[in-house]
Design a protein around this ligand. Structure first.
Ligand code: PEP
Ligand code: MG
Length: 591
């Protein structure tokens, strides 16, 4: 197999590497996902609003600049002439976004013609393209595609386009894109889509989580994925090893067919564990639950042998739409999930929009730093009408089976107290109206995913009925590493001693307060971490459905006594490297 030829052509097999975020092998047809045409209706803007319209455009342009800088960063890491060529192109894009004729022209049109920014961008792009095409100059006509590309980027940012339906997909399509948002990914139909490969994205971001929940072999963060790529080519995605092969040779395809068969065979073998309990060799019973991103996952959750849903991420209710779902609509969807779970507990988390899960319907804005902004329960408490509607829907669903309510991004005791007051208010309203719900009402739990919350876990525990430790955000915020940014993915490390101490402290605080505690971040579904989590006192793990049998298999091969000793040794270390060696050694059977 060859690395990408410097010409960037695709007449040979090309092997690219990135972050393998969802295991499995896809052999399919490359489908280049582009945001497509965005319709831009023209509207008149009142004179008093022209400054605001220009500001909106400036923000869209600076966001585009930032996106191009990220791409430049990647190109810089590529090296060779491919990287250099990509670098020149991106620098030209960057120039176009800084005080160029395009930018000045759009501003002039907004003010002069009093039209919205989208229409001004479209008109200015059309005029520049038209001028270039008329010049009969090979260099300038080649630039037309670049100008259109910048135009699309500006329009995407202006319209905050998140709904991009995947129509006309070939069967067995492998989606190749610069970036996929979690909302884009939620639209993928695993019956038609075989795999996913993107330039942007980290291993613990919500796009990766969504890909895992759809069981789509996926590799993200591939710097030179798009250079010269063509739709319709054969492509292999090896999600376990983080490899993508474009134009594979017959021998490579043969190799990957065998790998895929072996992977599916192993999955079938593990599937036989469905009805056996998750018990360690020395008899400790562990609860395994599933994380759910989309309501249509219920059959696979049941199939996996999960004992319940430990985390239902309710964001799906708000994705890919411009309006907010009513209390009734949310109730119908949640009731359906609760009923189909047939008496198994469903832990429903109130909306955690914000960060990389922007939901325009909830009025989430990008803000200077989305992960630290008005997201999750902060948004819920700022918009109590939204929170009340969702709590009412969950409480009504609790009449149909066991439910727990989980609050994301709790930072203070006060937030949890106010949330409980809001919930009690909703309960009183529902009771007054004679609406059915569980009696007593469902437990109210806190996600422990902010370092400050973990450090105050003792006091939060007195106000919470249960804890769910979210190691994805806990790692992100403890180490100041953006979980969805592939540029820092190598630094993202849940085994950092600081993260482990916060997990341990939270688990001990829950035990002291005698409330249940579960881990529902991505480490819960990774068998590499199972012994350590058990050794730290965790007895309830919630994970991507397809990992339930994998983790169960690991638990059944483990000795809890040994896991506790291993965790004790690990907690004495200050060096992350030693921790990795001790854990990997233990997993390899050397105690
Ligand atoms: C977490 O942060 O670990 C978590 C489970 O929540 P999410 O991944 O949805 O942010
Ligand atoms: Mg989280």
């Amino acid at each position: 197999m060859l690395a990408r030829p410097e010409t960037g052509g695709h007449d040979r097999e090309i092997v690219l590497s990135g972050l393998g975020v969802s295991r499995g092998i896809a052999i399919g047809v490359l489908y280049l996902h582009d945001s497509g045409t965005i319709s831009v209706p023209e509207r008149r803007v009142a004179a008093s609003l022209l400054d605001a319209e220009c500001l909106r455009f400036t923000e869209a342009a600076s966001m585009a600049s930032h996106q191009v800088e990220q791409l430049q960063d990647k190109a810089g890491r590529l090296g060779g002439s491919a990287g250099e060529e990509l670098g020149y192109l991106l620098e030209a894009y960057h120039q176009m976004l800084r005080g160029s004729r395009l930018i000045r022209g759009v501003e002039r049109r907004i003010r002069g013609e009093r039209i919205n920014a989208e229409a001004a961008v479209q008109q200015e792009i059309n005029e520049i393209v038209h001028g270039f095409e008329a010049m009969d100059d090979a260099y300038l006509s080649a630039r037309v595609a670049d100008i259109r590309d910048i135009g699309r980027r500006l329009l995407r940012n202006l319209t905050d386009t998140t709904y991009r339906p995947f129509t006309a997909l070939p069967g067995n399509a492998v989606i190749v894109a610069e970036e996929m948002t979690p909302a884009d990914t939620a639209l993928l139909d695993p019956r038609r889509v075989a795999g996913l490969a993107t330039v942007m994205g980290g291993a613990e971001g919500h796009t990766a989580i969504m890909a895992r929940s759809l069981n789509l072999p996926s590799v993200l963060g591939i710097a030179d994925l798009l250079a010269g790529v063509r739709g319709g080519e054969t492509i292999v995605v090896d999600g376990g090893n983080g490899l993508v092969i474009i134009n594979p040779l017959p021998a490579t395809i043969g190799h990957y067919r065998r790998e895929r068969a072996a992977f599916l065979r192993q999955r079938r073998v593990l599937g036989r564990l469905r009805d056996v309990p998750a018990v360690t060799r020395d008899g400790a019973r562990i609860v395994l639950q599933a994380n759910m991103e989309l309501p249509n996952e219920v059959p696979s959750v049941l199939e996996s042998g999960a004992e319940g849903i430990g985390l239902l991420r309710s964001e799906f209710l708000f994705m890919n739409r411009d309006d907010v779902p009513s209390e009734d609509e949310q109730y119908q969807v949640l009731r359906d999930v609760v009923e189909r779970m047939g008496g198994r507990c469903v832990t429903i988390r109130t909306f955690d929009a914000g960060g990389d899960k922007l939901a325009p319907a909830l009025g989430c804005t990008i803000g200077p730093n989305p992960s630290l902004g008005l997201r999750a329960i902060r948004l819920g408490l700022a918009r109590q009408d939204l929170l009340e509607a969702q709590l009412a829907a969950i409480l009504r669903a609790s009449a149909h089976g066991p439910v727990r309510i989980l609050i994301p991004m709790i930072a203070t005791v006060g937030e949890l107290r106010v949330t409980r007051e809001v919930m009690n208010r909703v309960i009183r309203r529902l009771r007054k109206a004679g609406t059915a719900m569980a009696d007593p009402p469902p437990p109210l739990g806190a996600m422990i995913e902010i370092p400050g919350a973990a450090l105050s876990a003792d006091s939060i525990a007195w106000h919470a009925d249960f804890f769910a430790i979210g190691t994805n955000d806990l790692t992100q915020y403890t180490l100041a590493i953006d979980r969805s940014d592939e540029a820092v993915a190598h630094l993202y490390n849940p085994l950092h001693p600081a993260v482990l101490r916060l997990i341990q402290f939270s688990a001990e605080a829950a035990t002291r307060a005698r409330i249940p505690v579960c881990v529902c971040g991505e480490v819960a579904g990774d068998p590499r971490f199972t012994a350590l989590l058990l050794g730290l006192g965790i007895r309830d793990l919630s994970m991507t459905t397809s990992n339930v049998p994998v983790v169960k298999n690991r638990i059944r091969s483990l000795d809890l006594g040994g896991a506790i000793r291993c965790a004790q040794r690990i907690m004495e270390q200050s060096d992350g490297g030693h921790i990795v060696r001790i854990l990997d050694g233990f997993n390899a059977g050397e105690e």
